[in-house]
Design a binder for this molecule. Structure first.
Ligand SMILES: Cc1ncc(COP(=O)(O)O)c(C=O)c1O
Length: 393
């Protein structure tokens, strides 16, 4: 398995902390909590040469985080917004006008889909959805004269289908269609959308970058300054910024991202491969597992994998899924992923919103593997599967 992050990324995420210049200082930037910033004289008040004039602009930690994310993404610039969801909704708000159409996968993250239906649609932007496993030619055939933007989420939510991003991005660019990619799964590390021709790379910093399940944030990275201007003006117009404490925590998380990401990927494969051998389990959907949908694309394009995957059970019921989950002691019952802790969810709601609900052999569980010892996680799952068997007996 080719799961090693680009070695230079590990160094590049740390090097700015020890860079010379600026005199004696702490390794980490200070947390500057401010709305008001004071000046020595009236003439200096509007002078941006002295730094930000008001707290809505980025202070030290946010500036450091933005620079590190731009470097990680290979971007001209990167912006911070208050959630991963906002990282998707801002580019759509910035780049689409009434009368435009957009295309995306039917396996889109649920709240993003809700934004398309509840916010964009009444404002004259129509979204259509392609099959999550569609061939590139079929995706391109679904573009119309009015399609302005293609939103890629790869791997897609819950069923983890991969898209052929380089081919899709190149074809869209030829047709003047902008591409935005939700790259949360790769954390900006295992896949770099901008290097593959995508216009806007977004991710939920909330997940692997923050890494400790204690903050919400999103990032938006671009290589074209003209696209960047539309995005930064939209963030400014909406009045969004992130708190200095959150920016500081995310920057701290970023320093250890490559190590956590690689270790969690390794553990997740140990757990996923074990689950594959279990009679209670019909199918494990992990892009880094041979045979998973999109595994060949993953091998070709990715340098690592996330530690979140789907487990399709052999039949069962909601009660059996709940029995399994209740018996677990190490897997927390909670949404989200990318933190240091293992989590499990039972997926029912989001699949129902799809245009075509996938036919699964049984109940769908989603596992996120954290930094615990995978042998202990497997022992925990053994207990869960025993409870599952009792429940379906
Ligand atoms: C693929 C994907 N994108 C975006 C988000 C949204 O992130 P946040 O929870 O920070 O809004 C999530 C959250 O689960 C996600 O799974």
């Amino acid at each position: 398995m080719n799961d090693r992050p680009d070695p230079s990324a590990r160094t590049r995420l740390i090097a700015p902390a020890t860079r010379r210049g600026g005199g004696r200082r702490p390794v980490s930037p200070p947390v500057e909590r401010a709305s008001t910033l004071l000046n020595d004289d009236p003439a200096a008040m509007r002078d941006e040469g002295h730094g930000p004039v008001y707290g809505i602009e980025d202070l030290s930690a946010a500036r450091g985080l933005r620079a590190a994310l731009a470097d990680l993404e290979g971007a001209a610039d990167a912006w911070l917004v208050p959630s991963g969801l906002a990282a998707v909704t801002v580019p759509l708000t910035a780049l689409l006008r009434p009368g435009d159409e957009m295309l995306t996968t039917d396996a889109l993250y649920g709240p993003t889909r809700r934004f398309l239906n509840r916010h964009l649609k009444p404002r004259g932007v129509a979204a259509s959805f392609h099959d999550p496993g569609a061939a590139v030619a079929d995706i391109l055939a679904a573009l119309t004269d009015r399609t302005r933007l293609l939103l890629i989420e790869s791997p897609a939510s819950l069923t983890f289908e991969l898209a052929d991003v380089p081919a899709i991005a190149a074809a869209c660019r030829e047709r003047g269609v902008l591409t935005v990619m939700d790259n949360t799964w790769a954390a900006g590390l295992a896949f770099r959308p901008l290097a593959h021709g995508v216009d806007v790379s977004v991710q939920a910093v909330t997940k692997y970058i923050a890494g400790h399940s204690d903050l919400l944030m999103g990032s938006i990275a671009v290589s074209d300054p003209a696209v960047g201007r539309q995005i930064s003006e939209t963030i400014e117009d909406l009045g969004w910024r992130v708190s200095p404490d959150d920016a500081w925590l995310a920057l701290r998380g970023l320093r250890t991202l490559p190590l956590r990401y690689a270790e969690q990927a390794r553990s997740s494969l140990v757990v996923a491969e074990w689950l594959q051998t279990r009679p209670e389990v019909a199918r494990v959907i992990h892009p880094a597992l041979p045979g998973a949908p999109g595994h060949d694309l993953w091998r070709r394009d990715y340098t690592g994998a996330a530690s979140i995957f789907g487990v399709v059970m052999n039949g069962g019921s909601e009660a059996a899924a709940h029995a399994l989950m209740s018996a677990l002691e190490l897997f927390g019952l909670g949404y989200s992923w990318g933190g240091f802790e293992s989590l499990i969810t039972h997926e029912t709601g989001q699949l129902a919103f799809r245009r075509a609900t996938p036919a699964l052999q049984g109940e769908l569980l989603r596992l996120h593997v954290g930094l615990e010892d995978p042998a202990d996680l497997i022992a925990d799952l053994e207990t869960g599967l025993a409870a599952w068997r009792d429940a379906i007996r």
